[in-house]
Design a protein around this ligand. Structure first.
Ligand code: NAP
Length: 307
C-alpha cells in the first residue's frame, strides 16, 4: 500500500464511484469528499467553501488531489452560470493555489466539451479549445487556473462517461436502460453528435498509471473509437440481446426541449498524449460497455434473465 495521502473532491458521482474503490485499494489514506454525503465513506466538502478547503489542506495535507467535483449538468450550468463558475472555475483556482502551496500533485478532470466541435477528425491535446456553452467555458477556465497556478498538475479530459452502476449512472446509458426496463418498443437516439465514450473503471486505472509517471500536463483519456449516441444505443441493444425494439436515429433537434443547450457537433478525443508517453490503457468503448452492462446491469441482458 502507498502511504501518500489522497484527497478526492466530488467523489459521490459517476466517476467517483469507480475512482474511490480503485484508489482505496492502492493508498492507505484516502479522504473522499462531496457536497452531498450519499455514502458512508464520504466526508462533506463543498468546494465553493474556501475556508473549508484551507482547513482540509492544513489538517490533512494531501500529497495527491483528484479534483472531480463539478457542476456537470449542461442545462443547469447554462441557467445558473454563477454557480457553474463558482464550482468549476473559481473553486478550481483555489484548489490549484493550495496544491502549489502544499507541494501537492493535482489532477483536474476536464471534458471534451472545451472544444467547439467543428474539427472533422478526433481532437488531440494540441488543438485549441473554444468552448460554446457555460459548462465548457467554466471547465476550460478551470484548466487554465490549474496550469497557471500549480506546477505538479495533470489536466485530464474525459469523454461521455459511463460509470456508477444502478445507483449513480445518470447519463445516456441509464436513460436507455430505463426505457428498456419499461418495455418501450421504440427508442430514439441522436445521430448528429459525435463523441468518445469513457469507461469510468478503465479511466480510474489509467489515471493512477498516469499519476505514477509524474509527466505533468494535459491529456485526453477516453475509450478507443468514436461514435454517435445512436451507435452507443445500438450497441446497448446488441449487448442486452434485444431484437424486438425499434431504434430510430434522430437529429439533436428532436430533444431540444429537454436538452436546449447546443452541444459541440463533435467531442471525439484521441489519447495522443497517453500514446506518446506509453501510458494508454484505455480499451475500445464497445468492450468496456459490454463489461459495464454485464457487471452492473446483468438483469437487462436477456440470456442472463433466462439463465
Ligand atoms: N459525466 C461526463 O460525461 C463527463 C465527461 C467529461 C468530463 N467529466 C468530468 O468528470 C468529473 C466527474 O464527473 P462525473 O461524471 O462523476 O459527474 P457527476 O456524477 O455529476 O459527479 C460530480 C460530483 O461533483 C459533485 N459536486 C457538484 N458541485 C460540488 C461542489 N460545489 N462541491 C463538491 N462537490 C460538488 C456532484 O454532486 P451533486 O451530484 O450533488 O451535484 C457530483 O457528486 C467532473 O469534473 C466532470 O466535469 C464528466
Amino acid at each position: 500500500m502507498k502511504s501518500e495521502k489522497v484527497l478526492i473532491t466530488g467523489c459521490g458521482g459517476m466517476l467517483g464511484s469507480a475512482v474511490y474503490p480503485y484508489f482505496t485499494k492502492l493508498y492507505d489514506d484516502v479522504l473522499a469528499t462531496d457536497k452531498d454525503v450519499n455514502e458512508k465513506w464520504l466526508f462533506k466538502l463543498d468546494v465553493r467553501d474556501h475556508a473549508h478547503l484551507d482547513s482540509i489542506f492544513k489538517e490533512f495535507r494531501p500529497d495527491l488531489v483528484l479534483h472531480l467535483a463539478a457542476e456537470t449538468d449542461l442545462e443547469y450550468c447554462e441557467t445558473h452560470p454563477e454557480i457553474a463558475e463558482a464550482t468549476n472555475s473559481v473553486a478550481t483556482r483555489k484548489i490549484a493555489k493550495l496544491s502549489e502551496e502544499y507541494g501537492t500533485t493535482l489532477v483536474y478532470i476536464s471534458t471534451a466539451g472545451v472544444f467547439d466541435g467543428t474539427k472533422s477528425d478526433f481532437y488531440v491535446e494540441t488543438d485549441k479549445p473554444n468552448p460554446i456553452m457555460v459548462y465548457g467555458q467554466t471547465k476550460y477556465d478551470g484548466e487554465l487556473h490549474v496550469l497557471n497556478n500549480c506546477s505538479k498538475a495533470f489536466v485530464v479530459r474525459a469523454g461521455w462517461m459511463m460509470g456508477g452502476g444502478e445507483a449513480k449512472e445518470k447519463k445516456f446509458i441509464y436513460k436507455m436502460l430505463k426505457q428498456i426496463g419499461e418495455n418501450k418498443k421504440e427508442l430514439f437516439a441522436v445521430n448528429d453528435l459525435w463523441g468518445t465514450p469513457t469507461c469510468a473503471y478503465n479511466f480510474a486505472q489509467n489515471l493512477h498509471a498516469l499519476v505514477e509517471t509524474k509527466q505533468y500536463g494535459t491529456y485526453h483519456m477516453v475509450c478507443a473509437g468514436g461514435g454517435t449516441r445512436y451507435d452507443v444505443a445500438r450497441e446497448i441493444l446488441s449487448i442486452c440481446e434485444i431484437d424486438d425494439v425499434e431504434l430510430t436515429p434522430v437529429s439533436s433537434d428532436f430533444f431540444k426541449e429537454e436538452y436546449f443547450v447546443v452541444r459541440p457537433p463533435s467531442e471525439r478525443l484521441a489519447n495522443a498524449g497517453l500514446d506518446r508517453i506509453g501510458c494508454n490503457l484505455m480499451r475500445p468503448w464497445q468492450d468496456a460497455l459490454r463489461d459495464y452492462i454485464e457487471t452492473h446491469f446483468p438483469s437487462y441482458v436477456r440470456s442472463r434473465i433466462q439463465a
